[in-house]
Design a protein around this ligand. Structure first.
Ligand code: ADP
Ligand code: MG
Length: 618
């Protein structure tokens, strides 16, 4: 490795990069003179020293710095503004990472994740190094959470070409450029970071391998789940509880009861690296998680919600996996709903309001939950996850007494208990549901798991006997099969319609997305796990709005096709597809799922949809 690296260093100028048009100040760099870029950059910074901050604009462009290219993508306006956006690109022969693990998408994601964490580690060890006023000298990366996610902060392709995006505060004293400090930042500190965090020879190779192998095992386990028709798999020994309500880190070993696997629902997976792994295997169908209060029901459910993502080594949930299309469903009163067909769950409302195109600025608990289900199915989900804790009771069930007291004609709600099996049988949609209080669900469950002192037990047989011994005596209330009668074609161009320039997209917190003057509340969208995803969702909405404008008022795609278009753009063009120029890709994005993109669209209060009526096919 060392020789390879030294060779690459010797080839300096041959490095990657200058493939995009040079911008303003850097234009004078072409044709490439004999003097290495590093020297010219140093000379430029010396000239800039003492000048006004705006003169930093002349750094824009690409600099080949011995082994890697430093792209200055955006120069901040002043030392207090958001720091400048920089990007390092490096070829495989320079960093020397083995290429074999990069041949799968999960291998690339895990490797990039590992490298990003090395940057974070080195930066933390380095401490804050202010080099002047405001953010001068600061180096910032978007820190990853507990999941493996494709992130714009660090990317590596199958050929090993690596891209690291970050921000740095260009040093100044007041608004006066500190050229020498800038030279230290750009020509010493950043290269040192690259050397310490991104070169194979500086990395803990074993730990890197663990990252890659964990990802490979997760991918293999997901393939096995699919082949065996499982919706979830929780490996023996998994650590599901988290440190606190505000921390996604595992509860300390010793305090956490490791996940135990009941024999009745156990299956084994043979994984390429971990070998044979036993786990709780949840098949398609209706599965209840029950048990006494505080016995770990919600913790298991939450782990399943997040099992749509792969988790990093040491997280405890590495092999707690849920179908990628699982969607958490909850009541969300107060949300807006735009022309959603909730009629399978809620019939005609008081005042004769039809519910096949239900629209409201202020949904109730039950109508919001119905809309959440209809929208999840529209987006393609085939696994619903619910926790009684966050469900609307009247949406879930009407017991025998209420059925007597309030006649069916006066109750618009068809309770979910009467729909959940139809969803399974007619639409192939599974449900995993936490219930502690509503025994009527025992009638409709394929599997019943009881949590006792944080340990799952399978009590399906017991529950079945009980339903015979103690019938619920409810009248089933479903009027017929589950049918959705409309297709929605969302219109998003309005997002930017009143903006003179491209609207600013901002997310400070994971549950918040601001798009120009609009605010989209993601507070109840619990499967967005990082603020980086919220930001990316904002930019995806902009892409979709742009696509709509370019379609010039013609027919817009229906929701599923719209989501597909977003995914396809990202699949084929990567982050680059979200912006007009490559240097606009920011380093603080992570890939959201289509369900969360849909959730944001559905919560956008300016949304209009063209409604297409479906022919009734019965
Ligand atoms: P429930 O939903 O059944 O009321 P929770 O899932 O909310 O229970 O769990 C109750 C408490 O127990 C939480 O503080 C949670 O972190 C903790 N807990 C859950 N699972 C475990 C476990 N396996 N080991 C240790 N503590 C756990
Ligand atoms: Mg609970």
């Amino acid at each position: 490795m060392r020789t390879q690296f030294t060779e690459a260093m010797a080839e300096m100028g041959v490095g990657p990069g200058d493939d995009r048009p040079q911008r303003s100040g850097a234009a004078g760099l072409r044709p490439r003179p004999a003097r290495p870029d590093a020297e010219r950059l140093r000379a430029l910074l010396e000239r800039l020293d003492g000048r006004g901050y705006k003169a930093y604009q002349s750094l824009s462009g690409s600099w080949s710095l011995g082994g890697f290219t430093l792209h200055v993508d955006h120069v901040q306006g002043d030392p207090f503004a958001e720091p400048s956006r920089l990007r390092v690109e490096m070829e495989a022969k320079v960093h020397g990472l083995p290429l074999e693990p990069l041949q799968s998408p999960e291998g690339r994601v895990a490797t990039a994740d590992f490298l990003l964490r090395q940057v974070v580690r080195v930066l933390q060890a380095r401490g804050s190094r202010r080099r002047g006023t405001g953010r001068s000298g600061e180096i910032r990366v978007a820190e990853p959470g507990q999941s493996f996610l494709p992130r714009s902060a660090m990317e590596i392709d199958a050929a090993g070409r690596l891209t690291w995006r970050f921000q740095a505060g260009l040093p100044a004293d007041g608004r006066t450029i500190l050229g020498r400090q800038a030279a230290i930042l750009l020509l010493e500190e950043i290269p040192a970071l690259v050397r310490e965090a991104l070169l194979y020879r500086s990395l803990n190779a074993r730990q890197l391998r663990t990252w890659q192998e964990t990802a490979a095992d997760q991918a293999a386990a997901r393939r096995l789940m699919e082949a065996r028709g499982l919706v979830a798999f929780v490996a023996e020994g998994s650590i599901l509880p988290r440190r606190s309500g505000v921390s996604d880190l595992p509860l300390e070993r010793g305090r956490a009861v490791p996940f135990a696997v009941p024999a009745e629902m156990a299956q084994s997976f043979l994984l390429p690296h971990a070998g044979e792994v036993r786990g709780l295997a949840v098949p398609e169908g209706v599965t209840l998680i029950t048990g006494g209060g505080f016995h770990g029901k919600s913790t298991l459910e939450r782990a399943l919600e997040l099992g749509v993502y792969d988790h990093i080594p040491g997280d405890g949930r590495e092999l707690c996996l849920t179908r990628r299309d699982a969607v958490k469903i909850r009541a969300e009163d107060g949300r807006a709903v735009t022309a959603v067909d909730i009629s399978p769950f809620i019939g005609r409302l008081p005042g004769g309001v039809e519910t096949e195109e239900f629209t409201t600025e202020l949904a109730s608990g039950s109508t919001s939950q119905a809309a959440n289900i209809a929208e999840a199915l529209e987006a393609g989900s085939r696994l619903l996850l619910m926790d009684e804790d966050t469900c609307a009771t009247n949406f879930m069930v009407r017991d025998r007494r209420m059925q007597r007291l309030i006649p069916r004609e006066q109750e618009p709600i068809v309770p979910f208990v009467d729909r959940v099996r139809q969803l399974r049988d007619e639409l192939g949609v599974s449900t995993i549901l936490v219930v502690g209080g509503v025994g009527d669900y025992l009638d409709v469950a394929d599997h019943v798991i009881a949590m006792r002192e944080f340990r799952p037990a399978v009590i399906t047989e017991e529950a079945r006997r009980l339903t015979e011994e103690l019938p619920s005596q409810r009248e089933p209330e479903a009027p017929g099969p589950v049918r959705f009668r409309i297709r929605r074609h969302p219109r998003l161009a309005v997002l930017e319609a009143e903006e003179r320039r491209p609207a600013r997209i901002r997310s400070q917190e994971v549950d918040e997305l601001r798009f120009g003057r609009w605010e989209i509340d993601l507070g109840a969208v619990e499967q967005v796990v990082e603020v980086t995803q919220s930001r990316a969702i904002g930019h995806i909405l902009r892409l979709l709005a742009r696509m709509e404008r370019e379609g010039a008022g013609g027919a817009t795609p229906a929701m599923p096709e719209l989501l597909e278009a977003a995914e396809e753009a990202l699949r084929s063009g990567g982050w680059r597809s979200l912006v007009e120029r490559p240097e606009e890709v920011r380093g603080d994005w992570a890939l959201p799922r289509r369900y969360e993109i849909a959730a944001a669209i559905n919560r956008f209060r300016g949304l209009h949809v063209d409604v297409e009526r479906l022919r009734e096919t019965f």
